[in-house]
Design a protein around this ligand. Structure first.
Ligand code: G4P
Length: 289
């Protein structure tokens, strides 16, 4: 469940995460591969305060694999350790302890140099709501751990979960808030389900999806909604009449009609968003490097 964040929540959650950091060796930042930039909160930089970091692109099954490859290269070029996972099936997750272990090599060498025996790599998973933090923690724990409501500032007893031979994971994720000052970012978050539904305008989100599909996923769009000839909006991506015509076609094709046979735009929009979320439009990425 996504909650609304208020300044007080944010300040408290941030304080708690900074406090937790004292026990952490590696910060695992989880993002949604379909919106790998919009699902980040830049605060991670400040919270992790120079600790080694791993960026996990989750839900790779839902994203366009070509885009995911480009994102992986993009973040690597920025000097970030990146790894791809599907927390639902576990694809890529068993390598996480090993990837994390590589990131703590310097710390271990330093401790060993002083004659200490380093403890296990202590990691924390951070991310905004809906990126898959609980799913990943459960997957790594190999059991179902109660889902912590997305409620900032709720202190619960935390435990370390042993993962593989070298890693210990905090069983409660760090929950960051989505940052959507930029409208495009907000639309991507809304489409993927990271923002509470009663806060979103379905038609606006559907138009956002439609424009992306018109430029990058034309075949999937045409196939799903039985459209024979798609408009070319490259000349004018804001061509309102063309978008309305397309909405009409989609609504009619899928039977989203009001009494009298007029297309119900709200229902059409909602249906499109559900189609996107349930992969009926294929695995699509909403932002590209
Ligand atoms: P959060 O703790 O970060 O808020 O996210 P959570 O684990 O609750 O995951 C949010 C939704 O994303 C869940 O779906 C979850 O199953 C799904 N999910 C997580 N990781 C992946 C992945 O790698 N691939 C796919 N396809 N889905 C993933 P849900 O419909 O909200 O809940 P549920 O019905 O699955 O329980």
């Amino acid at each position: 469940m996504t909650i609304q964040w208020y300044p007080g929540h944010m300040a408290k959650a941030k304080r708690q995460m900074i406090e937790k950091m004292k026990q952490i060796d590696v910060v695992i930042e989880l993002v949604d591969s379909r919106i790998p930039v919009s699902s980040r909160n830049p605060l991670v930089d400040e919270i992790s305060a120079g600790k080694p970091r791993l960026l996990l692109l989750n839900k790779v099954d839902m994203a366009d694999s070509k885009a995911t490859g480009l994102w992986q290269a993009y973040f690597s070029n920025q000097g970030l350790a990146v790894h791809l996972v599907n927390s639902q099936t576990g694809q890529g997750t068993s390598a996480i302890p090993e990837v994390v272990h590589r990131l703590t090599a310097a710390r271990r060498a330093r401790l060993e140099g002083k004659g200490f025996r380093p403890h296990a790599d202590r990691a924390l998973i951070l991310g905004i709501p809906n990126v898959g933090k609980s799913t990943l923690i459960n997957r790594l724990a190999g059991k179902k751990i109660a889902k912590i409501g997305d409620r900032p500032g709720v202190t619960t007893a935390q435990q370390w979960i042993k993962v593989g031979k070298t890693m210990e994971l905090l069983d409660t994720p760090g929950i960051l808030w989505p940052k959507f000052d930029d409208p495009e970012v907000g639309l991507g978050l809304a489409a993927t389900g990271a923002i509470k539904e009663d806060l979103i305008d379905f038609q606006e989100v559907a138009v956002f999806l439609l424009k992306i599909m018109l430029s990058r996923y034309r075949m999937q769009l045409a196939q799903r909604y039985g459209i024979e000839s798609l408009p070319d909006l490259n000349g004018d991506p804001e061509d309102h009449d063309e978008l309305v015509r397309l909405f009409d076609q989609i609504g009619k094709y899928r039977g989203c009609l009001m009494s009298g046979g007029l297309v119900d735009y709200d229902r059409t929009a909602e249906m499109m968003i559900r189609d996107f979320r349930s992969l009926k439009l294929g695995a699509l990425t909403l932002e590209w490097p």
